[in-house]
Design a protein around this ligand. Sequence first.
Ligand code: PLP
Length: 510
Amino acid sequence: VFVLSLDRDDDRPLPDQVADAIRDRIRDGFLPPGTRLPATRALAGEIGVGRNTVMAAYDRLVGEGWLSSTVGRGTFVSTATPSTEAVVRMPDEIPATRPFSWSRAAARTCRPQSGSATLAGPDGPALIQFAGAVPDASTYPTDEIRHILNDVLRRHGGHALEYGPSAGHPALREFIAARATAQGSPVQPEDVLIIGGLQQGLDLLARLLLEPGDEVAVESPTYANATQIWQLYGATVAGVPMDEGGMRPDGLATVLGSGRTKLVYVMPTFQNPTGLTMDDQRRRQIMEVAREAEVAVLEDHFDSELRYRGVALPPLRAHDSAGQVILLGTFSKILFPGFRLGWMIAPPEARARLLDIKRTGDLATSLLAQMVVAEFCARGGLERHLQRVRRVHAERMAVMLDAIDRHFPPSVTVTRPDGGMTLWVTMPEGSDAHEVREEARNAGVAIAPGTWFFADGGGRRNLRLSFVNETIERIAPGIEQLAGVIERHVERLTPPRPPERRGEEPAPFL
Ligand SMILES: Cc1ncc(COP(=O)(O)O)c(C=O)c1O
């Protein structure tokens, strides 16, 4: 007799429950090999579920090798059931030993991340989310991607599941080269390496260039997950001051004067965290300084296509006559981050070396993901998507700025970028971004404190607010809550500071 009962309190899908119950019976020997299982209709009636549920459970177990089924004869317990963890005997007793010390064995330590600023984190949906700089999932073209994924698998079959070329899927390299060329710096498909997200490019550059004691020049403030990499490989990070026009060329020249700098890391457009953009002249000046010092330049274009007003500018690479610039881009912010796809545009010698290093780490980037994105782009999907999300993000930014103008105390300033994902808030001197963050969390709003973006302990007066992660309806109430928190914080600052006297060093812009 085949006895099977389901637990009504179990909230897993019913086919899973039925399959698990039958599998357990087989493992426990109640259903020996060769046993004929009841017809699906009969079992369904017996245990009080739909016939489809039983059919799905049988299908699953046939797929796993526990059952075999022959049309017209029925479904049987397989004569050779798959071996599973249940069959493997654990040793009875392991003698006690001193725990292995991984910290003693480790060659290097990764500085802990300063909060889960960029990743879906512990905050949960309850908090109004101004911390993470990732467009929210409701903006992703999920249905279109699902259709294309099916198409690609139907057309290419198993080939879409192979490793694929290490340098990347040719169609995607061609698309990126054409797009980059249209954006002001000529690129051939062979100049492009597809990488597993822009983040991988930062790691590859570090592995290519950095030795302990080297220095990396970065904007101050900068993207924390980049400085974490430079430091992991033993480099020190030298912050270059910024003004409204981005990284200051005189500040860069001073840093490069150390003679230890191996790399200049810069985000010329809609910088993270400030949202600021370098104009053409500033780009030329930065390149002049870098050329003079003969230092490699890494330009990070993580969100430069999210422009809501003004005209796009050619990248630093367009001002590079020596072949010292490497440009990194990503689909994470213009499409979605889950496929982990980015690109690197590098001069031939660097490219060959970077490709060799990349192979040691991952052999290749997901071919299936590349094929799907290449097809999406070829059908005009990226252009359509960008047109749509630019409108969505621009509206969100306008709503956030409007609410800030109405509610923030006048002593607090904010950047007004032409695009990107974030605003940079500067509070009066003496403010403590960590306290504001805690209080904002208690009031239901997640923000990123400025200290996350400085390698040298700066940023206590600053906050980064992302406007791409929340719906319009939640942005204004979130800002109102935050304004209340900031207002109370600023009022508590004691003693009140005297107004700045003329002739003194001005307070830093950021
Ligand atoms: C400045 C910057 N660079 C790179 C990345 C990482 O991009 P990817 O998802 O392509 O690895 C981010 C993500 O937030 C970023 O802000």
